[in-house]
Design a protein around this ligand. Structure first.
Ligand code: UDP
Ligand code: MG
Length: 323
């Protein structure tokens, strides 16, 4: 029976943690009874440098509840880093992990579905939200706009998938090879490329406490996602430069005509045409520099170049032994 670890980043979650642990304990117990997971399965609560009583609670739960383990980060490093710390800790102990939020927004009723897909041989199972009704109109539209923009930039992200996800041990091994500092797991995991599937669920309201993702963090997370996965914005500068340079030629002609027809004051033509032309050339040059920076950026990340999924040998195994 596979050992499952639930990895849960927690930042100032004292209000919600007792209920989360209670519900997840019941769930894990039921899954064990159903023969879906092995006896060593548990939840790993990662305290992301909380300032409230989160860690005290985690210590207490782990003392009295065999299903609870805790991991404490020295500082608040943000959701993605806390998640990564949990995943990398669970990697050597579990056959598979499922990451979820501490606030019970991710429906734990579908945990069984994740395990069924895992038992069918999937290495990654993405939790995808059916609807986003529980989100505010603003969050819903900005999030959808973001997914579309990422797709337009050629980045492979799963639509309406947050970080509710199952990963097998070998998917975690693969993930550990991505050494980038600015983590955007939703973009990295699809790059791993092993067999994957989806589980659909309804996202609930936060059970208690407040969102730890204010607008500022959300914007910086979205920008991280874009700049960590695409150099298209850099390339766009070149295209913009070419466009402005071409437009400047039209502007130049207009300025010259105005000059010779005597519509303008003295000096305007030279000033205006040099602004247009130089603006275009400058953008073009920045674009060229951007092209090289883009190359440095992908080299510095040193992502693994390929991953071998399986190895097959020609002929039957017996023939191999004869050689
Ligand atoms: N979180 C974290 N570190 C942070 C911010 C958030 O570990 O710096 C955790 C938080 O405790 C929760 C999850 O990330 O388990 C998602 O955060 P939240 O529910 O506040 O975000 P929202 O659902 O509002 O987008
Ligand atoms: Mg939440």
């Amino acid at each position: 029976m596979p050992v499952l670890y639930l990895v849960i980043p927690c930042y100032n979650e004292e209000a919600v943690l007792p209920e989360t642990v209670k519900q997840l304990t019941e769930k894990l117990r039921a899954m064990q009874a159903d023969g879906l997971i092995g006896p060593a399965s548990r939840m790993l609560l990662v305290d992301d440098g909380s300032k409230d009583k989160t860690w005290t609670l985690i210590e207490r739960f782990s003392a009295e509840n065999t299903f609870v383990s805790g991991l404490k980060l020295a500082h608040n490093r943000g959701h993605q880093n806390a998640l990564m710390a949990g995943l990398m800790t669970a990697k050597d102990k579990a056959d598979c992990v499922i990451s979820l939020d501490a606030d019970l927004q991710d429906d734990i009723g579908v945990l069984d579905d994740f395990m069924v897909k895992f038992n069918e041989g999937c290495d990654v199972v993405y939790g995808v939200r059916n609807k986003r009704e529980t989100d505010t109109f603003f969050k819903r539209t900005t999030a959808q706009g973001f997914y579309r923009f990422m797709k337009a930039l050629g980045v492979d992200v799963v639509y309406n998938h947050a970080d509710y996800r199952l990963m097998s041990r070998r998917a975690l091994e693969a993930l550990s090879e991505y050494r980038e500092v600015n983590l955007f797991l939703r973009g990295i995991v699809p790059l791993i490329g092993y067999r994957s599937d989806y589980v659909y669920y309804d996202r609930h309201e936060r059970f208690a406490g407040e969102s730890k993702y204010p607008l500022k963090k959300m914007i910086s997370f979205a920008l991280d996602g874009i700049t960590s996965f695409s150099v298209k914005p850099l390339k766009m500068i070149s295209s913009l430069g070419i466009l402005v340079s071409l437009l400047s030629v039209i502007g130049l002609l207009y300025a010259l005509v105005s000059h010779f027809c005597g519509f303008t004051v003295v000096g305007w033509t030279a000033i205006v045409s040099s602004i247009w032309l130089l603006g275009g050339i400058q953008l073009l040059c920045i674009g060229v520099v951007g092209g090289y920076i883009g190359k440095i950026y992908s080299e510095v990340k040193a992502r693994p170049r390929y991953r071998i999924e399986a190895l097959v040998k020609h002929g039957n195994p017996a023939a191999d032994q004869e050689n």
